[in-house]
Design a protein around this ligand. Structure first.
Ligand code: HEM
Length: 618
């Protein structure tokens, strides 16, 4: 029977095809190799080429592995070895962070596998898989960047376990006997009598759910044994393998996926160090096309697709016509390593990161309290906040002016000059730049930077409740980046404050980051699912406005939010406290005596007046 090949290149069609459960990844045709010792076995056991329940289970294993790795540690580790082959650094860094012994040897083996992972056969790659399977992950994480062995090292130490070609056996305690390719295995203690396939192709090995005791065992290898294919030099001694086959395959699979795609991203971005990574990803995506096969009949963009038909998805073309890139795929298979890939790329590219930008990369989000004058900023800095922002409402109201009406350029600038005398990092809320003239906005930003600001907030909301055209806002961002590259631009979209604009949020944020925003901000957004969805499509950190009664700081952190601002909340609380104190005294109610003393406020006003050298860009 002949099958048709369907090609899609429109953004909506490609996205619909990626979300269609009937369209599944095509596993490259190749003879099934021995379990645990071939690229064919690897493909048959990883998330990448599986679908349905096995895909969900295997993907969860990969996500759990990746969750152990802090992207910022990867960035730092990848930055320390200049001149090394990019693929090698990517895999070695990840392998070390995963706690795998001999990260350099792992990298060599993974690079060999990557050459044929998406198609082809190669005996050396099969041998590399066998080697990788027998190098288990250590139980605890070791320091990233560890180079405990040199490139090319393949030595297997005493006590190492090996799964030789064709040699998987059922572990001690499991009742079934030795199995070969295509066999089933079920261990005791497995709760289900019906084994569930761990593979979705023919020739599968099988594993019952809840059967952690199922272990691959093999022969012990003597020191110096060069490869998995060698004859054992002693009687086979069963040695438990450290993890179930799917875990081992998942770990190898994620290293293989990381290898080529991350290197391609870095190589493309290296040509122009000012080009934001988000732009590189959209315009020159490392993964340009994806292939699917129809597991059942379906319909995409009105086109009937029969079972067995092939579907080709042109990500590069889809991206060209839409600002939100599909470069990392789309749910349910969106790349689980995207944050790690971006961190590794940042490290390898060694782009400078200011101290303020670094605050957005820590394990916990930057909590940014917003001040309205020098004393409030200094008081917050005294309490250990790593940086302070300003609130445009507080600045405008203090000056007797309306907020958001481009009326406070002067008041904002003079506050920035005052804050610039302090020894703390600060970022300035500059409304929409107080102008729609792009050159004027750039000049203001440059002046703020020269006054000592580490960052600027630029919003697209207008006083009449409408939004500025997104192209105009993007142009302002690009112009600011041009004149003050080290100034952290937090691009705010007011889609959740302006009526009927919520569906523009992802598009606006994508455009803003591609024009150079270092972070993006969506005040008024508090729905956890919507926050998570936005983060999955963003390259730069997302800032959320804290709302009493909304998600807590810990909840926002777990969603991946990197900065939480307090906006005008503190200013409004301070006003309320002042009014309450006055009315309490007037009306004879007891008052709260807690307040800084006269001397303390005096001291605060002159505190931290030396510029902190750490605030200068790297
Ligand atoms: C640390 C680096 C990386 C790791 C660990 C990683 C890991 C993975 C894994 C395990 C999958 C399979 C997910 C599944 O099928 O459910 C995957 C999918 C994918 N990755 Fe990555 N990846 C990395 C870097 C990249 C980069 C740099 C790109 C390109 C920009 C990329 C693009 C993709 C795409 C498009 C898919 C979806 C494939 C599909 O739907 O068929 N990955 N990645």
């Amino acid at each position: 029977m002949t099958h048709t090949t369907h090609e899609f290149d429109r953004f909506e069609d490609v996205r619909a095809a990626l979300a269609d459960p009937a369209l599944v990844p095509e596993r490259p045709a190749a003879a099934d190799g021995p379990p645990g010792a071939s690229v064919a076995w690897l493909r048959a056991t990883v998330a990448r080429f599986s679908h349905g329940e096995p895909h969900r289970r295997r993907r969860a294993l990969v996500e759990a592995e990746l969750a152990r790795l802090a992207p910022e540690s990867l960035r730092q580790a990848a930055a320390v070895v200049p001149g090394e082959d990019i693929r090698f650094t990517v895999v070695r860094t990840l392998a070390a962070a995963l706690g795998m012994p001999r990260p350099a040897a792992v990298a060599e083996a993974v690079i060999a596998v990557a050459g044929v992972y998406f198609g082809g056969e190669d005996a050396a790659a099969d041998e590399a898989v066998a080697r990788l399977v027998r190098w288990p992950a250590a139980p605890t994480e070791v320091g990233p960047g560890s180079t405990e062995d040199g490139p090319g090292s393949t030595q297997v130490g005493p006590g190492s376990t090996q799964v030789g070609p064709g040699s998987p056996q059922v572990g001690p305690g499991c009742t079934s006997t030795e199995v070969g390719p295509g066999s089933t295995e079920v261990g005791p203690g497995c709760t289900s009598a019906e084994p569930v396939s761990t593979q979705d192709g023919p020739g599968s090995t099988q594993l019952a759910p809840g059967c952690p005791s199922l272990e691959l065992v093999s022969t012990q290898v003597v020191p110096g044994t060069p490869s998995a294919g060698s004859e054992p030099t002693a009687e086979p001694v069963p040695v438990p393998f450290d993890a179930a086959p799917e875990s081992a395959a998942g770990r190898i699979g994620l290293l293989v996926q990381a290898c080529e795609a991350t290197a391609a991203l870095v190589e493309t971005a290296a040509g122009d160090e000012r080009l934001p990574l988000s732009r590189v990803l959209r315009e020159r995506p490392p993964v340009r096309t994806m292939r699917r096969v129809a597991a059942g009949a379906t319909c995409v963009a009105g086109r009937e697709i029969a079972e067995g038909d092939v579907v080709l998805l042109d990500l590069a073309a889809a991206n060209r016509a839409h600002p939100v890139p599909l470069t990392f795929g789309a749910p349910p298979r969106i790349c689980p390593g995207r944050a790690h890939a971006l961190a590794l790329a940042d490290g390898l590219l060694r782009r400078p990161l200011t101290p303020f930008a670094r605050l957005h990369r820590r394990a916990h989000p930057l909590l940014l309290p917003n001040a309205w004058d020098y004393a409030s900023a200094a008081a917050l800095a005294e309490q250990g906040f790593a940086a302070v922002g300003t609130t445009s409402l507080g600045v405008a109201a203090s000056a007797g002016l309306p907020d958001g009406a481009a009326a406070t350029a002067e008041a904002t600038m003079s506050l920035a000059r005052r804050l610039g005398r302090g020894r703390f990092l600060f970022t300035v809320d500059a409304e929409g730049g107080f102008s729609d003239d792009v050159a004027e906005v750039a000049a203001l930003a440059r002046a703020l930077y020269e006054a000592g600001a580490a960052g600027i907030n630029l919003e697209d909301g207008r006083p009449d409740g409408t939004l500025a055209p997104m192209e105009l806002h993007a142009a302002k961002i690009a112009a600011v980046k041009q004149v003050a590259p080290a100034l952290f631009i937090n691009a705010r979209t007011d889609t959740h404050w302006a009526s009927s604009h919520e569906d523009e949020t992802a598009t606006r944020l994508a455009l803003y980051e591609q024009f150079g925003a270092d972070g993006v901000f969506v005040p008024g957004l508090s729905d956890p699912a919507a926050i998570a969805e936005l983060i999955s499509a963003l390259v730069v950190p997302l800032n959320i406005l804290y709302a009493p009664g909304g998600p807590t700081l810990a909840e926002l952190a777990s969603l991946g939010v990197r900065r939480v601002s307090l906006g005008s909340l503190l200013y409004r609380r301070a006003l309320a406290a002042a009014v309450t104190a006055a009315t309490d005294i007037r009306d004879g109610r007891p008052t709260d005596p807690a307040a800084p003393s006269y001397a303390e406020v005096q001291a605060l006003a002159y505190a931290r007046q030396d510029r902190d050298p750490a605030a200068a860009p790297e």
